[in-house]
Write a protein that binds this ligand. Structure first.
Ligand SMILES: [Zn+2]
Length: 137
């Protein structure tokens, strides 16, 4: 996921180093599905075709490039496995203890989907509450 402008202040100053370390730990492949970074893929049924260049894509296929991003599994960009403390970046090599994962677009979207639904619900409820305040004045 690209970092939203409204959330940029929540990321640490050394985010680029953290990101690089996590990609290194992941060997530049999605840590959920194994797709390598920067390969071309097409959507045929179950997203099963991986290509190494745009030229090998069949005419008419809808292609996209896999771009790994770093996911915060708990949805909190301020929880960076302690790598934002200002010292050298030391990734958590025990992956099961890490809050950070290198994920492809599909896996990142799937992981974040329930949190986005919840955030939309909270936003909607907040708007309704404002409406209640002003409607009955
Ligand atoms: Zn993936």
């Amino acid at each position: 996921m690209p970092i939203l402008a409204k959330n940029k202040h929540r990321y640490p100053a050394n985010w680029r180093s953290i990101r690089a370390a996590i990609l290194e730990r992941a060997h530049h492949s999605c840590e959920f599905c194994g797709r390598p970074n920067h390969v071309w893929a097409t959507r045929l049924g179950a997203w099963c075709w991986t290509k190494t260049s745009a030229e090998s894509i069949w005419p008419g296929e809808r292609a996209y490039k896999i771009v790994l991003t770093i996911a915060h599994l708990d949805g909190n960009p301020e929880h960076n496995d302690g790598m934002d403390a200002g010292g050298p970046v030391i990734p958590t090599w025990r992956i099961d203890e890490s809050n950070l994962r290198a994920l492809c677009q599909r896996c990142h979207n799937r992981w974040d989907a329930p949190m986005r639904v919840q955030n939309r619900r909270i936003t909607r409820r907040g708007r309704m509450a404002c409406g209640d305040l002003f409607d009955h004045a």
